[in-house]
Design a binder for this molecule. Structure first.
Ligand SMILES: Nc1ncnc2c1ncn2[C@@H]1O[C@H](COP(=O)(O)OP(=O)(O)OP(=O)(O)O)[C@@H](O)[C@H]1O
Ligand SMILES: [Mg+2]
Length: 230
């Protein structure tokens, strides 16, 4: 199976269709890489009917002008009927967590009608409860992580540190996409994934990246993707 399918394809029965986490330092190229990979997925026939929802608290996206931007659930659901990719910006960053919960619940309510499945990409997930030192993820985030696969919904969490991943992710991720990471993350990474990343870390410079397959425990290394201007 290609890396792009392992990483993003919602497949109700697939061994690789648990959540994916993108972890890398601030400014290391996560949003750029994700945008490129969604473009690649769109060119793969396996994703023909797949719907991509991208949520950005920073109100920025790199998908280009053809991708609609919405700020309410009603507009999101409407846009998804026609559009393969839809971006959601919270109206008020103070309610980001509530918005994410509402989006997750509405994806669960429509998932049976979306044949190609849904990829729900939450950028800057480290602002969410449970993705830092505060408490546990919300019940909706837990539901996405644990029950998303069976409903054809793939959560993609984009965050700064492997050590920001909630404990819950242990056993519920099928892969990690890494760009430049901090050596401080290595012990926690080993604990949560069982994989030693010490030798990989020095290679992840200048926007080089890797896909860590947590099912087969293989690491795939890649050269930088081409950066686009916003
Ligand atoms: N593959 C690349 N080649 C060249 N420049 C890149 C590449 N990827 C990202 N950049 C540049 O690095 C900067 C940061 O990229 P990007 O916003 O994707 O990072 P990020 O990890 O999402 O940042 P943040 O943590 O702030 O969200 C941008 O100016 C972008 O153009
Ligand atoms: Mg970003």
């Amino acid at each position: 199976m290609s890396t792009i399918r392992k990483m993003l394809l919602p497949d109700r029965n697939g061994s690789h269709s648990l959540s994916t986490a993108f972890c890398a330092r601030s400014g290391s190229g996560k949003t750029t890489l994700l945008t490129h990979l969604v473009g690649e997925a769109r060119r793969d026939e396996a994703f023909k009917e797949t719907r991509f929802v991208y949520v950005s608290i920073k109100q920025e996206h790199l998908f280009g002008e053809d991708v609609p931007v919405v700020s309410t659930i009603e507009d999101l659901l409407k846009a998804m009927q026609k559009q393969p990719i839809v971006t959601f910006y919270p109206k008020d960053a103070g309610y980001y967590e509530e918005d994410i919960d509402d989006i997750i619940e509405s994806m669960f309510s429509i998932s049976d009608d979306v044949d190609g499945g849904i990829v729900l990409m939450i950028d800057d997930a480290n602002v969410l409860k449970g993705f830092d030192s505060r408490g546990q993820p919300s019940p909706s985030v837990k539901k996405l992580t644990i029950a998303g696969r069976s409903k054809g919904i793939r959560g993609v969490y984009i965050l700064h540190r492997i050590s920001n991943l909630p404990r819950l992710m242990n056993g519920n991720l099928s892969g990690m996409v890494l760009l430049s990471i901090s050596s401080m993350d290595l012990p926690y990474s080993k604990k949560i994934t069982g994989i030693e990343l010490d030798s990989l870390l020095p290679e992840l410079v200048d926007y080089k990246w890797a896909y860590v397959d947590l099912i087969t425990e293989n690491i795939h290394r890649y050269n930088p993707v081409e950066a686009k201007n916003p």
